[in-house]
Structure formats: structure tokens, C-alpha cells
Write a protein that binds this ligand. Structure first.
Ligand code: NDP
Length: 603
């Protein structure tokens, strides 16, 4: 490759298309999401918090201005913006033992952000923090979450290890009644929901999983008491004499396998589908460079620049320069080579496919360069388009398979055959192990209520699940008719920027702070999206091209509902038709106008 998107050798496109379909077909299965086990009953112990003991406290029965469910990036950013706007009485409610959300739970060795810290970590400018690395490691991100909570005094009224059980709109009082598993029964004028998309771990429904007699845990509840070591990278010395199997090779595994490979006596990596693993190129951030660029407004400029580079804009500079922006740069270059008169949807999609083929060929060639054993290398190659599954970036993962104690157990798309009391069975061979680590991901395609652990009961006793029975309906992904004073903080039906999820959340926080401040300043007890505005937004979304990231042609995974038709309701799980960069501009203007079009404020 000489220049982005300029092929150096010819690609047999038809052969690649056929290979991709063949590999997808191998993996399609009738049970889709049902192949996974829900962690309840005898499996509920996999959810226990290994990090923080539960502190006894008295139930809350008071009233607050704003209660936010979830103390991850969404809750922290929203609470911060509310505090900046002078709103008092902001309470975070969190099922974990501290703030941080995904970064509270995911402490597996090697965890780090996959999107550059400069744009991934919220409120850097406000808190004055300089990330230490281009891709910060998990302890730094968790510490940053704690920094935000301290900076904005969010700890004072936060409720940890607290799971909301019901949220009910009190019509007479214009407020929400909140009940939790800790016996809390308090009210809030406003509520925010930032429960996150990837917070309920799931286990693979492998036959015999409950018969295993050794130790096991899920990666999002890393058992350092068993492995030794710590999230900061201390060696996992207790694994020195252990045989360990890890099941799954998604983004989590890619990060933790290099550490396990160094620590275990024997490591068996059970692979169903290889990840695409591109260059990471992490590097420390130079304080002198940072001081030069961190002029007022720097983080917003970086956010906007990344989004433009990522999401189809035509920026003149790429500040972040990473694997996410690379594919788009290539697509733009490829399209740029089309004569202007020939730029149709079909030729542009073909240009996108060409850029993708080239990129994936390079990623596959990288496997050959880095993995010594040719057979292992062949099995580690990903045969699908780059955005069919979550792209991964790592500079030590592939080399792990050169370690003498590491064995790749490739299952040719079928998954682990069986788990026995002694270990895992792949292709009829039993591999005895002391420990099984489940890197099997999180629930995505299941209902919101199942993942959140509660439904909302809005005006007239109508539940959110009833309102969304035929698909999600919102204005901006945030406001839902019949659920006054409630704000959803998540990407869908808004910007839907998947490559930098925090940007969606921090921008949503601005909208909430603006709307709530307006309501409070005007003495309005309630604010609600009108049915017309909700309907118009949903109608607009129907014209969206759909998710570019994945399609039924893709190999199964959570990006495409495990390859199953998700039904017509999922048609609305899209973003603003003109794309993320256009959405952020639109919503900034919506806020700045001060009219909050589509919302009705009343006393
Ligand atoms: P994933 O859902 O991506 O991966 C689960 C893995 O388990 C897949 O490799 C899957 O195979 C495999 N699997 C499932 N069932 C079986 C089975 N029966 N036998 C063998 N293998 C099986 O989970 P992750 O935790 O890796 O990642 C989830 C998401 O979390 C990421 O996509 C990303 O969005 C986020 N994440 C972000 C990070 C960051 O920003 N730094 C780091 C880590 C995760 P198959 O592919 O065939 O389904």
C-alpha cells in the first residue's frame, strides 16, 4: 500500500465475496441470541461484584431534583453539565460499587480504550487532565471517572450497589417515584437513564457448562484473587502452574490474551470467529505537545474533527489519526478517484467495498507477518468486512500465539463443542483445564427492560415496553412521549456514532442541562416531547439508510443480531439520516435557539 486506498496487488473480489459468504454461513444458527445463557438463578453468582464490598445504608425516602440511573460516562457527564448549570439535588444511582460504569466492571489485564483518549475520555478540558497515553489503560479511565465525580461533587448523594426496580410517573406530583432493591422509595422531578449498551455479561450456552468442576469467571468480573496480579499490570503469578481456557476472541480477549499468555502454564484460546486485529501504535502523550494544543475548546475541536473524519465528512486534517479514521480516509480516496459524473450510489458502494477489501487484505497479511506457525496464522484471519464486527487494534495479541504455552483451539465457526467436569472439548478432543475464563461478551439484542432490570411506567400507567412494542420511538433518541421529565442518554436515534460512543453521551448531557435549566428557570414542573414531534422524528429516521456498520451479509455477531432478521422494530435502531457530524450540528443549533422545538413545557 503506497497511499490510502491505492492497491498494490490485484484482489480477486468475487473470490473474496464467496469466501465471506461461506464463512458467514458456517456460523449462522437458528437460536441467534438464545444461544447465550442469562445470568440468573444458578448463574447469578457470575454477576457478583469482586471489587467493592457492599456498604450498609438506610433506604432513601426523600426528593431530589434529578436522579440519574447509571454512573458511567452518561451519568457523570449529565450530572456534571447539570451542576455547571447550577442545578442542585443531582443523585447518581449505580449498581456497581463506584462510578465508572463499564470501566468500573472491566478491570481485566490489558484493558484500555480502543478510541483515542483525547476524544474518548469525557470532560478532560473541564477537569484539567492530560491522558498519559494515546489509548489510556483502564485504571486511568476509572480514576478519571472518579476525578469527574469529585470535581463536580457527585459522590455526596450517589447511591452505589443500588439497582432500580421501578420508575413510576406520579401525575399529580409531576415527579418520578423510584424504588430500588435497597428499599429506597424516593422521588425526583427529572430522571436520566444511562444504563449503557454492554453491561449485562452473558455466558455461551455450551452443553455441559454447569458440570465444570474447576474455577471460572467472566472477564467483566476479573478474579484477581484467583489469578494474582492487578489491573495495573502486576504479574498474574498465581497462574504460573495453571492450565487456563479462555472462550471468545472479541475485543476483550484481544486485550487480555497477551497478559494471560505470559502468565499461564498453558493457555487454550477457544476461537469461534477471529477478530480483525489492526495496528495499535499506542504511545505516551508528550506534556509539551499537549500544552501546545490544549488551548480553550480543544476537546470539542478534537471531537468534531474525529466525527468528521469518521462519519463521511470531508475534513482537511485528521487530528486523531487512527484505525477508525483510516478506513474512512481510504473510502474517501477511493471515491475521489471516480470521475465526478460517475458518482452514483452503486459506484460509491463499490468504492467502499474496494477500500474494505484492501484494508482487510492488509490485516490478514499482518497475521502472516506476526504469527510463526502458518496453520495458526491461517486460522487467525478474519474473513468479513471490517465493520461487520467490532474492529480490534493491538500490537501484541497476534504474537501471543508464538508463546510455547499458548494453543489456539479454533472451532471453525462452531464454538466449543462441550464443557466437561475437567475442561473444554473442541473437535472431539478434551483439554483439561483448571480455569475457564468467559470472554463471551454482553447482552445486546435483548429487550431494554431485561437489560435495565426495570420498565418505566409513564403517563396513564403506560409502560415503556408498551410504547416501544413496535420499535423505539423518541425525539433525538432522548425524549419519549408519555414519559415526561425523563431523558435517555444513548446513541440510537441520535448521532449513533459507534466509533466514539462517549461523544454521543457528552453531547446528550448538554441537551439535558439546557432543557432542565430552561424548565427550572421558567417554573415549569414538566417537559415532554409532543406526539407530533416524536412522530415526525421517527418518520425522518425511516428515511435513514440503515446501519452502515453491519448487514445480514456479515458474519453473525451482536452488530447484526447474531445474523438473524431482528424484525421490523429494529428498522428504527438507526441514527440521524445525514450522519453523526450533521446530527451534532443540528442539535447544537436546536439547543442554541432556546426554543427547544418539539418539547412542551408546562406547569
Ligand atoms: P464479544 O461479544 O465481542 O465477543 C464474544 C466472543 O465470544 C466472540 O469471539 C464470540 O464468537 C465468542 N463466543 C461466543 N459463544 C461462543 C462459543 N460457544 N464458543 C466459542 N466462542 C464463543 O465480547 P467482548 O467482551 O470481547 O466485547 C464486547 C464489546 O465490548 C466490544 O465489541 C466492544 O464494543 C466493547 N469493548 C470495548 C473495548 C474498548 O473500547 N477498549 C475493549 C473490549 C470490549 P463469535 O464472534 O463467533 O460470536
Amino acid at each position: 500500500m503506497t497511499e490510502a486506498g491505492t492497491p498494490t496487488r490485484p484482489i480477486d473480489k468475487e473470490a473474496l465475496r464467496q469466501k465471506y459468504l461461506l464463512e458467514r454461513d458456517k456460523r449462522l444458527r437458528a437460536d441467534g441470541n438464545d444461544q447465550y445463557l442469562e445470568l440468573k438463578g444458578e448463574h447469578a453468582h457470575y454477576l457478583e461484584d469482586p471489587y467493592t464490598p457492599v456498604q450498609p445504608r438506610a433506604p432513601k425516602t426523600d426528593h431530589v431534583t434529578f436522579a440519574f440511573i447509571g454512573a458511567g460516562f452518561a451519568g457523570l457527564a449529565t450530572a456534571a453539565r447539570l451542576k455547571e448549570a447550577g442545578v442542585q439535588g443531582v443523585r447518581l444511582i449505580e449498581k456497581g460499587g463506584d462510578v465508572g460504569g463499564t470501566w468500573y466492571w472491566n478491570r481485566y489485564p490489558g484493558a484500555q480504550c480502543d478510541t483515542a483518549s483525547m476524544i474518548y475520555m469525557p470532560l478532560l478540558e473541564e477537569t484539567g487532565h492530560m491522558p498519559t497515553e494515546k489509548y489510556a489503560h483502564a485504571p486511568e479511565i476509572l480514576a478519571h471517572c472518579q476525578r469527574i465525580a469529585r470535581h463536580y461533587d457527585l459522590y455526596d448523594d450517589a447511591l452505589f450497589h443500588t439497582q432500580v426496580e421501578s420508575l413510576t410517573w406520579d401525575e399529580a406530583g409531576s415527579r418520578w417515584q423510584i424504588r430500588t432493591q435497597r428499599g429506597d422509595a424516593f422521588t425526583a422531578q427529572f430522571i436520566g437513564l444511562g444504563t449503557g449498551p454492554l453491561h449485562i455479561p452473558k455466558l455461551p450456552g455450551i452443553p455441559g457448562i454447569d458440570t465444570f468442576q474447576g474455577h471460572s469467571f467472566h472477564t467483566s468480573r476479573w478474579d484477581y484473587a484467583y489469578t494474582g496480579g492487578d489491573p495495573l499490570g502486576a504479574p498474574m503469578d498465581k497462574l504460573r502452574d495453571k492450565r487456563v481456557a479462555i472462550i471468545g476472541t472479541g475485543a476483550t480477549s484481544v486485550q487480555c490474551i497477551p497478559h494471560l499468555a505470559r502468565s499461564c502454564q498453558q493457555l487454550f484460546v477457544c476461537q469461534r470467529t477471529p477478530s480483525s486485529v489492526d495496528v495499535r501504535a499506542n504511545a505516551p502523550i508528550d506534556p509539551e505537545w499537549f500544552a501546545r494544543i490544549a488551548t480553550p475548546g480543544w476537546q470539542q475541536r478534537w471531537l468534531e474533527n474525529f466525527t468528521e473524519n469518521q462519519a463521511g465528512g470531508s475534513p482537511t486534517v485528521d487530528l486523531v489519526q487512527d484505525g477508525w479514521t483510516d478506513l474512512n480516509r481510504r473510502i474517501r480516496a477511493q471515491i475521489g478517484r471516480l470521475p465526478p459524473g460517475e458518482r452514483t450510489v452503486a459506484t460509491m458502494l463499490a468504492a467502499y467495498e474496494d477500500a474494505d477489501f484492501q484494508k482487510m487484505e492488509e490485516i490478514r497479511a499482518r497475521v502472516d507477518e506476526l504469527v510463526d506457525d502458518a496453520d495458526t496464522a491461517a486460522k487467525l484471519k478474519a474473513w468479513y468486512r471490517q465493520l461487520c464486527k467490532r474492529p480490534c487494534f493491538h500490537d501484541a495479541y497476534l504474537q501471543s500465539f508464538n508463546e510455547p504455552g499458548v494453543t489456539l483451539l479454533d472451532t471453525d465457526g462452531q464454538g466449543v463443542e462441550r464443557i466437561t467436569p475437567r475442561g473444554v472439548v473442541v473437535a472431539g478432543v478434551e483439554y483439561p483445564v483448571d480455569c475457564i475464563i468467559y470472554a463471551s461478551g454482553f447482552e445486546v439484542g435483548t429487550a431494554f427492560q431485561r437489560r435495565a432490570g426495570f420498565d418505566l411506567t409513564g403517563e396513564g400507567g403506560r409502560t415503556l415496553s408498551e410504547h416501544w412494542a413496535n420499535g423505539m420511538r423518541t425525539l433525538h433518541g432522548m425524549h419519549v412521549h408519555g414519559f415526561p421529565n425523563a431523558f435517555f442518554v444513548q446513541p440510537t436515534q441520535g448521532a449513533n456514532l459507534i466509533s466514539n460512543v462517549p461523544h454521543n453521551l457528552t453531547d446528550g448531557a448538554r441537551s439535558i442541562a439546557a432543557v432542565v435549566s430552561h424548565a427550572l428557570a421558567g417554573g415549569h414542573a414538566r417537559v415532554e416531547v409532543t406526539p407530533e414531534a416524536e412522530e415526525a422524528w421517527v418518520e425522518l429516521l425511516r428515511t435513514a439508510p440503515g446501519r452502515m456498520t453491519s448487514s445480514p451479509d456479515c458474519t453473525p455477531g451482536y452488530y447484526n443480531n447474531e445474523g438473524r432478521d431482528p424484525g421490523p422494530a429494529a428498522r428504527l435502531n438507526v441514527g440521524y439520516p445525514a450522519g453523526p457530524a450533521a446530527y451534532f450540528k443540528y442539535i447544537a443549533a436546536w439547543r442554541a435557539s432556546g426554543r427547544y422545538e418539539g418539547l412542551a413545557f408546562s406547569s
